[in-house]
Design a protein around this ligand. Structure first.
Ligand code: LLP
Length: 439
């Protein structure tokens, strides 16, 4: 068993997070419940930022809010001096509603609509990460019409793809995102942006993958991009003020995972950027990164109540919880693995193997296969760790199950930051259908 951040076993033999007993949380807010360890999020944010401060470099650490977006989370990001990456009008609206400084918002996405781009212009956000030719012309048109200017980064597909330990390089990257670095697309894009009166080309962006455990992919991406920057200085007189190397830093979901400390990822990135800048005689550009998972992932724990059990004699024991793929679709979608403990009996031996099923009507709705817990009983509390990234943000109402509440805990205090959905919320957008009556 391993515990993250401030999670620990308290004197009562219960799991405690942020100084708050899990049983207290369940009594007050019910289950399933997402609990965020705020101190751990702050610590991660500081580690990423400090590594740049130590190197005395200008940088932005932008929280990729797709990992978990809510007004409170955005306000926490602001408190920690992070910038913000949004990928939709909804994420942008959340950021604006939270009062996040617009000039530190970066807008991503491979199919931003006219309305979304206009929203970005109206709020005068920091920059748009332009993904394709359609977007260049749309943005140029909207800027012209509204008389507004906008800074942009161009998203590059560098031909480096990294997943966990592996990274592959391909000549022609087959991806829906960005401009290919090697087939002339990016040069055409640069030309078009440089010709526009209202769009200012601030720099380039790439994102090579997610849940990455080493730094080789980032180093390789930096090398490839600098070789091209060198050419573009010649051909266009363009010098990139900003180099955004994306997110994707891995976290420890289970004991098999061996991520690096945030500072190590940043140090290696800085080293690669410095070396290449020197090689091609560039000033060091401002380095931006976009961690999502590594800021909030292991700070999140989901508390569930155990309900029914089933034994398949000689094969397996199932215990079902009051949530499942509706609040955590990652096991079903990516075969993601999680660790869990009995939150009300954490001090007891975890020596009975059981598989944790969700409550959705789907065989694939299994949260964890074969985990050791104390002999489970109805009403026991299960704490599944590391659900802070892509948990709530990918939650859904399959089987019309209401989405759980979200609580922030810090220094012995709990703050409800997202209310539990009600059945009324579930039917809130539904309209009646009566034949013969026109609306
Ligand atoms: N920047 C860009 C452009 C991205 O596309 C992403 C993630 C990030 C930053 C943040 O990546 P992170 O640091 O969180 O790995 N739903 C999947 C993850 C999808 C990631 C999409 N892009 C999951 O649950 O694993």
């Amino acid at each position: 068993m391993f515990l993250h951040g401030t999670s620990r076993q308290n004197k009562l033999g219960h799991l405690e997070i942020g100084g708050v007993d899990a049983l207290y949380l369940v009594e007050h807010y019910g289950t399933p419940l997402y609990v965020y360890d705020v101190a751990l999020i702050r610590e991660r944010a500081k580690s990423f930022k400090q590594a740049f401060i130590d190197a005395d470099l200008k940088a932005q650490v932008a929280y990729a809010s797709k990992a978990f977006s809510s007004v409170a989370m955005i306000q926490l990001a602001e408190q920690e001096g992070l910038s913000l990456d949004v990928v939709s009008g909804g994420e942008l609206f959340t950021a604006v509603s939270a009062g996040f400084p617009a000039d530190r918002i970066h807008f991503h996405g491979n199919n931003k609509s006219r309305e979304e781009l206009q929203m970005a212009l109206d709020h005068q956000i920091g920059c748009i990460v332009v993904d394709n030719f359609h977007e260049i012309s749309l943005l140029a048109e909207l800027c012209r019409k509204s008389g507004r200017a906008m800074d942009v980064l161009l998203r590059i597909t560098p031909g480096v793809e990294a997943h966990t330990h592996d990274y592959i390089t391909t000549g022609q990257e087959d991806s829906k995102f960005g401009f290919d670095l090697h087939n002339g697309q990016i040069e055409k894009a640069i030309e078009q942006v440089l010709q526009s009166d209202h769009i200012r080309l601030l720099g380039v962006h790439c994102h090579i993958g997610s849940q990455i455990f080493d730094t080789a992919g980032f180093v390789l991406a930096a090398e490839k991009i600098f070789a091209k920057l060198n050419e573009w200085r010649e051909s266009f007189g363009f010098v990139s003020e900003v180099l955004n190397l994306g997110g994707g830093f891995g976290i420890r979901y289970t004991e098999e995972d061996e991520p690096l400390h945030p500072a190590v990822y940043v140090e290696k990135i800085i080293e690669a950027v410095k070396e290449n800048a020197e090689l091609y005689a560039f000033d060091i550009p401002e380095i931006w990164i976009e961690p999502g998972r590594s800021l909030v992932g292991d700070a999140g724990t989901t508390l569930y109540t155990i309900g029914s059990q089933k034994e398949v004699p000689g094969t397996r024991k199932y215990a079902a919880v009051d949530g499942g793929m509706s609040d955590n679709i990652r096991p079903a979608l990516y075969q993601a693995k999680y660790e869990a403990v009995s939150a009300n009996r954490i001090s007891e031996h975890h020596d009975t193997t059981v598989s944790i099923a969700g409550k959705c009507c789907e065989s694939g709705d299994m949260l964890i296969w074969d985990i050791d817990l104390p002999e489970v009983k109805e009403g026991d509390l299960l704490a599944v760790f590391c659900t802070g990234a892509y948990g709530y943000s990918m939650a859904n109402n399959y089987n019309r199950i209401p989405r759980p509440a979200v609580v922030f805990v810090e220094d012995g205090e709990a703050h409800l930051v997202i209310k539990r959905e009600t059945y009324e919320d579930i039917v809130k957008l539904d309209l009646p259908f009566k034949t013969g009556v026109k609306q």
